[in-house]
Design a protein around this ligand. Structure first.
Ligand code: EPU
Length: 339
């Protein structure tokens, strides 16, 4: 074991895992081993781990629930910090949740506490940290609707001492509170996604509501999800972001290329559903190795036949090529690659 490993072992003891298969920690159930893997249970542990990463200049990746992450077959030659800080507290209409809180659990708990505004997350896989970073959303809600501030761990301009210079000095890890303005939420976007900040906790401001009505809403959302999306495991939800067109002319051009009238909802939102597009391209059911495109929703890639990560990567490439050539649309992955 090298110096970094020895220092990690002193910090995490038997909780430190070496050569841990990432397929065990991602919903796609693919991915080779991480050289180091540790679940982070407290803020203090996170700070200490980041300090070690800086000193030893080791590649790192922060994993939430693994529900939107594609780990590659070659694994990850660095440390994976799996956020397992799962405490939350409700104070009046405010909810403060640590990064590792499971979104579904928070949706249920807030509804049961008579708080409205987080019901949509009952069908959102993953953790609060990941949801905040990517401004996750579904069934009429998104993180930005209720998130008022986020505490992050900031650790300098670069991710290591090796990257630091006189102009870009390395700063020790510190907790910083980001306001809504700092967060710059957009469609599946936040400022955090473009920084090396690590989400520690988030505060949501909700409204008072009737418990029975809120619980009924959870049921309605789950039923809607069941009716429109595959529920089987082995998927990272939507693979691609929906496509945001610049203007109406571009939408008309897309329609013309596909020789199809775009649904009114997509015209008015100026957003082309990637699932709809993949469906129209006739790609549902397409298979590469053990991975295939769901026949229920075109934006879901499923692994239920022992796929490898490269099967999934190739399927992603195939969809992007077809979308580019036949609709003039450059799709962007929503799933995050663990690299
Ligand atoms: N559609 C098809 N064929 C398909 C899929 C969709 O014709 O294979 C049509 C639907 O019938 C509907 C339209 O396309 O008329 C839009 O479909 P849907 O309502 O399923 O929404 P979406 O835009 O495909 C988005 C989010 C989902 C979220 C749903 C429901 C993105 C990339 N996807 O999908 O989020 O659950 O709305 O709110 O923004 C995720 O992010 O992982 C995810 C699944």
């Amino acid at each position: 074991m090298d110096d970094f490993g020895t220092a990690l072992l002193a910090l995490f003891g038997t909780r430190l895992k070496e050569h841990e298969p990432l397929s065990k920690h991602t919903n796609f159930r693919v991915g080779g081993p991480a050289r180091w893997f540790v679940d982070i249970q407290t803020e203090e542990e996170l700070v200490r781990a980041v300090e070690l990463i800086q000193v030893h200049n080791v590649p790192w990746f922060v994993l939430g629930g693994g529900s939107n992450t594609l780990a590659l077959d070659e694994g990850f030659d660095g440390i994976v910090l799996c956020m397992a800080m799962r405490a939350f507290r409700i104070e009046g209409t405010s909810v403060v949740a640590e990064a590792g809180v499971i979104s579904v659990a928070l949706a249920r708990a807030t509804a049961e506490a008579g708080l409205a505004g987080f019901e949509w997350a009952i069908s959102l896989p993953g953790t609060v940290g990941g949801a905040v970073r990517g401004n996750a959303g579904c069934f009429g809600g998104e993180v930005k609707d209720a998130c008022v501030s986020v505490r992050v761990l900031r650790h300098g301009q670069g991710s290591s001492f090796a990257e630091a210079s006189e102009d870009k000095p390395m700063t020790p890890p510190e907790i910083v509170k980001l306001t809504r303005e700092d967060l710059q939420f957009g469609y599946r976007e936040s400022s955090i996604k473009h920084s090396t900040d690590i989400v520690v906790s988030a505060t949501f401001e909700l409204q008072r509501g009737d418990v029975a009505t809120l619980k009924a809403k959870l049921g309605t959302i789950l039923a809607k999800r069941k009716a429109t999306q595959p529920l089987s495991s082995g998927s990272a939800g939507c693979t691609f972001k929906n496509y945001e067109a610049v203007d109406e002319t571009e939408l008309q051009r897309i329609g013309k290329k596909l020789d199809i009238l775009l649904p009114g909802e997509m015209m008015s939102s100026r957003r082309v559903s990637a699932g709809w597009l993949i469906d129209k391209l006739g790609l549902k059911g397409t298979k590469i190795g053990g991975a295939h495109i769901s026949s229920e929703h075109g934006n879901f890639i499923l692994n239920n036949e022992r796929a490898t990560a490269s099967d999934i990567v190739q399927l992603i490439a195939l969809v992007k090529t077809r979308a580019r050539n036949e609709a003039g649309i450059q799709l962007q992955e929503e799933v995050q690659i663990l690299a």
